[in-house]
Design a protein around this ligand. Structure first.
Ligand code: WT7
Length: 658
């Protein structure tokens, strides 16, 4: 055992709690009193947090919960989200402060943007969007690499009250098209491509494709605004396509932001659910911005004068929305924005960025931490990471080994680790330690934040005693909660509010346990949703993709435990009779098919061609058994199977796996 391994083993054995560093605790933004204050009067607490923002018109009522589960927060209040994230900092004399230290993937390709420069860019882009026909209420799709223009585009939409829907660049043309159609996006903002793993990776062709597919569904995209990033060759449709540098660069940098209602839609973010069709999670303006700004201030103990913050998420996910764009910019922070992959051109790229920019607050995902653990501590040890003071984790449960390694190797044992549990739907962090208050336990998200009331309940909705597990619920409305599923109020009610309707609880879809001290350990999804590298994927969505292949008769998909990605996609496929054995390339064919239907992130780790699927007598696929096989366990109880011999056939089929 090496010294590090020995130290880590000791740390884990000790069952130690990590007390907040004394100096951090003494100067913490939020202290233990906040929990009591918020519990005593939640509405007054949230009203005080909303005061962090600049309102053009004050609200008349903090919360209107007269028609649950449809909440209205800060009723009657008016504000502009982009003004709050940019202009007000310039007006307060902080225009010269760096908003973004942008780092492109190619080395040396970097650029700083001050708040004043960001303001000018956002105003120009807003004016250009107006010229392209975008009006308040119109939807705009954004499909971009991690470049400053992506943030400018989001804020320009927010400035006009035109809800954006950002689609992750790793999603396929099909996935982009279905999102464009579902929310009726009038304009798409994209780039020729971005840099990934040392090469230019195209985006524009997928937009061209998606536009065609949307047209087949009767939806016309009016304009496509294209940033030139890589300079790669792109097809250009003169009627539709417009270069960013042609229409934005020359536009006026004067634009007066209009104040919108607190409940004006800010954005739609699609996420996977238990059915094939992704859900468009709708967030509105005042409550969302309050939640994002408050939690960012509290959980990162943000000192905007001195901290440099970096969140490694992509803006195509909710983490990028709340903790790159809206929370941090509303708080006026200086942050790093990095375009590329963690290990390009060398495995220490991230650590080099931290030391180059003296990053003090760092937010990433367990899957990334685990991949760095595998490379060994020599890589981060070559860099000066002493600027770091708080480390955050999000996306999936952080295993204690990864937590301890993160704290020890990256944080030099100085830094609290904040494991933040939340969801696309919750808009902001919900359960997390406070770095100046909480003595952290490796692997636990600990307690609901001040103002948030979460519980672990049994089947009947009763809180479980300490030491037991159950379903994670949120018991009271919170400002950044989703308002509905875009265009589908019924699905919103059914998905989140029907499981514990009697109690009126929000059902998160996660299982959790309370330890002996009542601290919460989130265990993972209890529905047919997988979590692969911190990204949510639906089993049914991948099954539908597989079934749409002409050689496939039936399929079942499960999430199997994976040491690197948390869970991995494992697919069982029954071929159609006329397809025979599918041919020599069948596995690759099916895998590529999933890739084009959804995107590379949904690609199965393993595809097994099987003769049958295990079903109950009522015809429901027994995924539990398939998970057992995928994880190499003996299959457990098969009594409820309609045909008990099937599991033997499936286990025997493993030979055909690639
Ligand atoms: C699901 C939400 C929140 C932004 C990123 C993912 C899982 C998220 C944690 C955590 C345990 C976590 C849950 C949740 N999850 N954070 N700290 N500990 N599980 O957002 O795609 O909406 O997924 O991610 O299962 O329900 P998302």
């Amino acid at each position: 055992m090496s010294d590090t391994e020995q130290t880590l083993a000791n740390l884990l054995k000790e069952d130690r709690r990590f007390e907040p560093p004394a100096e951090l605790a003494a100067n913490a933004n939020v202290t233990a009193e906040a929990y009591d204050a918020a519990a005593a009067d939640p509405e007054a607490f949230w009203a005080a947090q909303a005061e962090r923002l600049s309102w053009s018109q004050p609200w008349e009522q903090v919360l209107d919960w007269s028609e649950p589960p449809f909440a209205k927060w800060f009723v009657g209040g008016k504000l502009n989200a982009a003004y709050n994230c940019v202009d007000r900092h310039v007006e307060a004399g902080r225009g010269d402060k760096v908003a973004l230290h942008w780092v492109g993937e190619p080395e040396g390709d970097a650029r700083d943007l001050t708040y004043a420069e960001l303001q000018a860019e956002v105003a120009k882009a807003a004016n250009a969007l107006i010229d392209l026909g975008v009006r308040t209420g119109d939807r705009v799709a954004i499909y971009m690499p991690m470049i400053p223009e992506a943030i400018v585009a989001m804020l320009a939409c927010a400035r006009l009250g035109a809800p954006h829907t950002v689609v992750f660049g790793g999603f396929s043309a099909d996935a982009l098209a279905s999102r464009i159609v579902d929310c009726g996006a009038k304009v798409v903002i994209t780039a020729d491509g971005g840099y990934r793993r040392g090469a230019a990776s195209a985006l524009k062709p997928a937009v061209d494709d998606a536009r065609g597919k949307a047209a087949e569904h009767g939806h016309t995209v009016d304009k496509v605004l294209v940033v030139r990033r890589t300079g790669q060759e792109v097809a250009f449709d003169e009627g539709t396509d417009v270069w960013w540098h042609d229409v934005v660069d020359g536009a006026s940098s004067e634009h007066t932001p209009e104040a919108f209602d607190a409940e004006h839609p800010l954005y739609v973010m699609y996420t996977s659910g238990t059915t094939g069709k992704p859900k468009g999670i709708l967030h509105t303006t005042g409550g969302y911005l309050t939640g994002a700004a408050y939690t960012h201030h509290a959980v990162f103990d943000l000192k905007p004068e001195t901290d440099v913050y970096w969140c490694t998420a992509d803006i195509g996910w909710v983490t990028g929305h709340s903790y790159i764009v809206y929370g941090p910019l509303a708080n006026g922070v200086t942050q790093v924005l990095y375009e590329g992959t963690p290990d390009h051109p060398e495995p220490g790229r991230w650590w080099k960025i931290i030391s180059d920019y003296k990053v003090s607050l760092f937010y990433t995902a367990p899957t990334a931490i685990r991949s760095f653990m595998k490379q060994g501590r020599e890589v981060p040890d070559r860099h000066d990471l002493s600027s770091l003071r708080i480390l955050g984790s999000v996306g999936e449960p952080i295993n204690p080994e990864a937590y301890v390694w993160y704290r020890h190797v990256i944080g030099g044992d100085r830094t609290p680790v904040v494991d933040t549990w939340w969801q696309t739907e919750t808009g902001a962090m919900m359960i997390s330690p406070l770095p100046g208050v909480t003595a952290g336990k490796p692997g636990s998200a600990m307690t609901p934040l001040p103002g948030i009331t979460a519980e672990v309940v049994d089947e009947d909705g009763n809180p479980v005693p300490n030491g037991s597990g159950g379903y994670l619920v949120v018991t009271e409305p919170w400002p950044s909660m989703l308002r509905t599923i875009y265009g589908d109020d019924k699905r919103f009610v059914d998905t989140y509010w029907s499981r514990f309707r009697k109690q009126g609880y929000y059902f998160a879809g996660d299982g959790a346990k309370k330890d002996d001290e009542g601290h919460i350990w989130v265990l993972g999804r209890v529905d047919d949703v997988m979590n692969v590298s911190g990204h949510r994927l639906s089993t049914t969505e991948i099954e539908s993709a597989l079934i749409s292949h002409p050689k496939v008769a039936e399929s079942a998909v499960v999430g199997a435990t994976d040491p690197d990605t948390g869970q991995a996609v494992v697919a069982y496929v029954i071929l159609r009779d006329e397809a025979g054995d599918g041919g020599p390339d069948i596995i690759k064919e099916l895998s590529d098919h999933v890739r084009t239907q959804i995107g590379p992130i949904a690609k199965p780790r393993q595809i097994m061609i099987v003769p049958e699927l295990p079903k109950t007598r009522s015809g429901k696929i027994m995924r539990r058994l398939l998970r057992d096989v995928a994880e190499g366990r003996d299959v457990g109880d098969t009594q409820t199977l309609a045909d008990a011999s099937i599991m033997e056939l499936i286990s025997a089929s493993k030979a055909t796996t690639t």
